[in-house]
Design a protein around this ligand. Structure first.
Ligand code: BES
Ligand code: ZN
Length: 484
């Protein structure tokens, strides 16, 4: 049995005991081959309800939870908690992918690079230390709930400071854990019903007791990478075309409980989720490449390919070498984190991970999972950059129409081979002006500092040109003019 010696996830079983449906048994799904091997070892302790070529729906008895006690180390074949037999069975017969078809294009080069420049590892370090300081974020403990409420307050403060009314947060309360999750939403300006989602779990666990589970890498690091992305998007005043959601999940460590309830609700409501990306463990640099794309069967090949294209485009041969890093491929071998909940509900999901499976942080699920063990934020910075590339390119910036500007919001006139422009206060967030020739080549470009400005164009031939004003949020607004 694959990875059996490293044990099955006991905390999962202990954690769920309080919420078990039938006395001390739980329903779950797991790798079909693992289920068969467990059955051979514990014939009484596991009932295989059904299986397909990949997964089995099982009922696990308390006997199993005790019998496997000695084999427990940190994490293992794992299984996903299912709140009822029906849900366990349903998980075996998933609907085909339900994503809206989006074109995975890469078009926002200038804006994305400006965002990458703003990613600051110091913020990530601060956030990891702050989460570590809760001591334990095990899902039944008060500190776990507090960490979620504080996460919401932190986001709310950032949103307020940015003056955004189209960005909001909400708490999601769960059935199978007392710990809530928190969700931040950038409402899409053009396609608000299509969602691009990124998330990670904010709970932690430690073996053998949950009295000291700092969870710095697993998964304060992922949350810190997400926070830095949100900070940059707000600093750049980014308004997406599609809606973006950033999620901090409850109770991942006891079997993906928080994400399962959220993904299930989205699926029940027919929510269009274009793509889901998981950040779980971004801090520990344990392998020769930087980011490892997991290629487990339930992940989306299309989305994985897109992530590699983004890294090929933005993180190799970037003119700013600070943005370059490498990637590889690995497999968990089971539903090892919250992305499995989204895949389970038919959504395209991906999980870029900190190392090749097996080279990851050896201290997770112990009191030793502290920031000082890896000690710098550089690895998590790379995930924040990939996450920004993904969110901006998959959600795209708002598309403005002519109606978004009053007739004279931007006025241009040409005199003596000089282009003069006047911006009124409705477009005060313009930060760059460029002129393009009819071949689409940018022939001149300048920062915009004042409402009235001019560009000297005497070196250019007579003819048609296009002037483009780029707003702080990356959107470009264009007007045609004749140079004579
Ligand atoms: N962050 C881990 C997942 C992980 C650990 C992936 C090491 C790759 C390498 C996650 O928090 C976790 O502990 N998952 C559980 C399974 C889950 C269904 C409870 C595990 O791996 O045992
Ligand atoms: Zn974990």
């Amino acid at each position: 049995m694959k990875k059996f010696t490293s044990g099955i996830c006991m905390f999962l079983l202990f954690g769920i005991a309080a919420f078990a449906q039938n006395g001390n048994t739980i329903y779950a799904t797991m790798d079909a081959a693992d289920a068969v091997s467990f059955k051979a070892l514990y014939p009484e302790g596991i009932t295989i309800l059904a299986s397909n070529e990949k997964q089995a729906a099982v009922l696990l008895s308390e006997e199993v939870t005790h019998s496997i006690h000695d084999n427990v180390k940190t994490h293992g074949p794992g299984y996903i908690f299912r709140a009822s037999e029906a849900l366990a069975m349903q998980a075996l017969s998933r609907e085909p992918r339900r994503n809206p078809q989006i074109d995975y294009s890469i078009t926002e080069d200038v804006f994305v690079n400006e965002c990458l420049d703003l990613v600051d590892g110091q913020n990530i370090e601060d956030d990891i230390l702050e989460l570590e300081a809760y001591g334990t974020r095990y899902h039944t403990r008060a500190e776990a709930e507090q960490a979620v409420l504080d996460q919401q307050s932190k986001w709310d403060a950032m949103i307020l400071a940015a003056g955004r009314t189209d960005v909001s947060t909400r708490i999601f309360y769960h059935v199978n854990t007392p710990m809530p999750s928190v969700i931040l939403t950038f409402e899409g300006a053009n396609s608000p019903d299509e969602f691009v989602i990124i998330g990670g779990h904010i709970d932690s666990t430690a073996w053998p007791s949950n009295n000291n589970a700092p969870g710095a890498d697993d998964n304060a690091s992922g949350i810190a990478s997400l926070n830095e992305m949100v900070r940059v998007l707000l600093e750049k005043n980014f308004v997406p075309n599609r809606s973006i959601e950033v999620m901090a999940f409850a109770a991942e460590e006891i079997g993906l409980v928080g994400s399962a309830e959220i993904a299930q609700e989205y699926a029940n409501n027919g929510v269009d989720v274009a793509a889901y990306v998981q950040f779980d463990m971004t801090g520990y640099n344990g392998s020769s490449s930087d980011i490892y794309i997991t290629t487990d069967w339930y992940n989306s090949n299309t989305l994985n390919t897109y992530l590699t294209q983004l890294m090929d485009h933005y993180n190799s041969n970037n003119t700013n070498p600070a943005h370059n890093f490498t990637y590889g491929f690995t497999e968990c071998g089971y539903g090892c984190s919250d992305h499995a909940s989204w895949a389970d509900n038919g959504y395209d999901a991906a999980f870029p991970f900190e190392a090749a499976f097996g080279d990851d942080n050896p201290n997770i699920h112990s009191s030793g999972d502290v920031y000082s063990f890896f000690g710098d934020p550089d690895h998590s910075v790379k995930f924040a950059k990939l996450g920004l590339e993904f969110l901006i390119e998959a959600a795209k910036p708002q598309t403005l129409s002519v109606n978004d500007f009053s007739e004279n919001a931007i006025r241009v006139f040409v005199k003596n081979k000089t282009l003069n422009y006047r911006l009124n206060n409705t477009v005060s967030n313009v930060n760059e002006v460029s002129v393009f020739n009819v071949a689409g080549q940018r022939i001149i470009s300048e920062k915009v500092n004042t409402e009235n400005g001019s560009l000297q164009l005497s070196q250019f031939a007579q003819g048609f040109y296009i002037v483009q004003f780029t707003l702080e949020n990356g959107h470009a607004f264009t007007k045609k003019f004749i140079l004579n």
